[in-house]
Design a protein. Sequence first.
Length: 276
Amino acid sequence: MIRPLQSDEALLADIRNSNVRDGGFRLWWLGQSGFLLQWEGVHVLLDPYLSDSLTKKYADTDKPHVRMTERVVDPAELHFCDVVTSSHNHTDHLDPETLRPIFAHRSPAPAFIVPEVNRSFAAERAGIEARLLVGLSDGMSAEVHGVRFTGVMSAHEEPQPEFLGYVLQFGPWSLYHPGDTMLYDGLVEKLRAFDIDIALLPINGRGPERRVAGNLWGREAAWLAHEIGAKLVVPCHYEMFTFNTTSPDEFVTTCEGLVQPFRVMRCGERIHQSSF
């Protein structure tokens, strides 16, 4: 079992102690595609999966979801978050056992940003009323707590409105989180317009010989970051389940060949704007 760099109270203490209004931002990897962004006192939780719901659900099937990395924090402890996002309806990106404790322990509830076509389903998963969600579609933007969210369609197999990445713009910074995506025509052109500082990209695709995983593989993630001019790329969506993981080695080698700045994070690790 992989132990996070810091977890539970140590992680929460780091988040509290880092919460300064200095114009910069902090970012923690929470495992899988989950990240916590902190900027000017605002906390944005991106696609969190912080339970064992999938491990329990698939325990007696032919595809057991055996956890590789220990849970980094109890989701109820993230009650201070101001915004939560979900990129699509798969449980590792929209988990009721993660979302319900967060929404139950905060009043008023955090803003919840989802693809517009997923609004009703996401509301049911989170245990809140659908009218309270902020629904976005490809190219549509909304500003919440000073952060501008713009939807960028993702392609888990092909571009579909049910799969939506987000570009977050806050102060002088921009961050791209696609959820799950493969490459598709026009994606690079859409993203170049945002002058991306950090791209958080999945790397668990299976390579060119078996393009059925629905995600970028390491070489593609490095290439995409380079093509959009990302100042830093961080890999994600690995080291959560034994049946669906990969090594970041190919990603690292490709980034090095392209001279693309990158950072391979450990679960629970923090980066900040001055570190790239």
